[in-house]
Design a binder for this molecule. Structure first.
Ligand SMILES: Cc1cc2nc3c(=O)[nH]c(=O)nc-3n(C[C@H](O)[C@H](O)[C@H](O)COP(=O)(O)OP(=O)(O)OC[C@H]3O[C@@H](n4cnc5c(N)ncnc54)[C@H](O)[C@@H]3O)c2cc1C
Length: 282
């Protein structure tokens, strides 16, 4: 049970949502956009969040689109990870999002909620970072489309009152061969498999025009793709093991209850090696 009362709104349009946010914020109600609610509910129960109002974006048609348009995939922020999984529209996102929690919870978790959550892992972001996705943001002054690398640095840096409407991915990039692996404290998690576990390391990679692009989660306190890491892995003048050793040096690798920095480094190196094998990148 959530130990306090809050107001619930379900607007029909993006414009209504941002206006509502503005009004509620001015009234001091500390509003939050609401996707699947899995994090908002868990944190509210623990008093780590106490919104006076939530704005559920699931009634907004733009947040529920799942379409191929002019060479791009458009995926609404309110779609659940299960809906995306069933659509088969973006295989790498399906793999990254398809190992989050279990099937019942993925029926609730939305793409936007996973991207904007406080949890460090946010595994859906990995697919978007490797594929250079665009992000459609709604604010009071309208919509803006920006590349994920302009707005995602450890977390999605959007202005107060703005919300994530859609993600847009170049269809050709979304169809490239990919590799995606997750290791939890209990061992490797295959896809699809209903085993709940936070990642020690979760990684996604693609091979675009003969160059590797890699994003990881679990390694640091946020999902990340680093140009230095991609450059080190693509430095084909030196042996593969050396490239991997050089690449991992760029990550500020964390230690926590899931695994020490040394263990994470060991797992990460193995995942990078497996990715190269799978993508036939030697
Ligand atoms: C048992 C369990 C295990 C899990 N394991 C993993 C895991 O291994 N890896 C992983 O990545 N995740 C995992 N998760 C998911 C993660 O912890 C979050 O619960 C989830 O991503 C939140 O999604 P949601 O749609 O429910 O978001 P909500 O709870 O609705 O919102 C989360 C935050 O995002 C904001 N928000 C939501 N939608 C938008 C939007 N469109 N625009 C702007 N802000 C928005 C909200 O205001 C809130 O601050 C797990 C969850 C559970 C319950």
């Amino acid at each position: 049970m959530i130990p306090f009362d809050f107001e619930y709104y379900r607007p029909d349009t993006p414009e209504e949502a941002v206006m509502l946010y503005d009004d509620l914020y001015k009234e001091g109600k500390n509003p939050l956009y609401y996707g699947g609610g899995t994090e908002i509910i868990s944190f509210s129960r623990l008093y780590q969040l106490y919104p006076g109002a939530v704005i559920d974006i699931k009634g907004i048609p733009e947040c529920n689109v799942l379409e191929q348009k002019n060479g791009y995939l458009v995926i609404g922020a309110a779609l659940t990870l299960s809906q995306i999984q069933e659509s088969n529209i973006f295989p790498l996102l399906i793999h990254c999002g398809g190992r989050v929690a279990d099937h019942t919870i993925r029926d609730k978790i939305t793409l936007g909620g996973n991207i904007c959550a406080k949890i460090p892992y946010r595994e859906a972001v990995l697919a978007l970072l490797t594929c250079d996705a665009d992000i459609m943001i709604q604010g009071t002054d309208g919509k803006k489309r920006v590349n994920i690398h302009e707005v995602f640095n450890q977390f999605l840096r959007i202005n107060k009152g703005e919300f994530l409407l859609q993600v847009i991915i170049n269809e050709k990039i979304a169809r490239l061969p990919f590799a995606s692996y997750k290791t939890t404290a209990d061992g490797a998690v295959a896809y699809p498999q209903d085993k709940i576990g936070y990642p020690v390391v979760s990684g996604a990679g693609i091979n675009k025009d003969g160059k590797l692009r890699v994003a990881v989660s679990g390694v640091c306190n946020y999902p990340v793709r680093l140009a230095e890491v991609d450059n080190a892995l693509n430095d084909t003048g030196i042996p593969r093991f050396e490239r991997i050793n050089n690449a991992v040096e760029f990550f500020p690798i964390i230690s926590d209850m899931e695994g020490s920095a040394d263990y994470r480094t060991f797992v990460l190196k193995n995942i990078l090696f497996d990715m190269m094998e799978r993508l036939e990148y030697y």
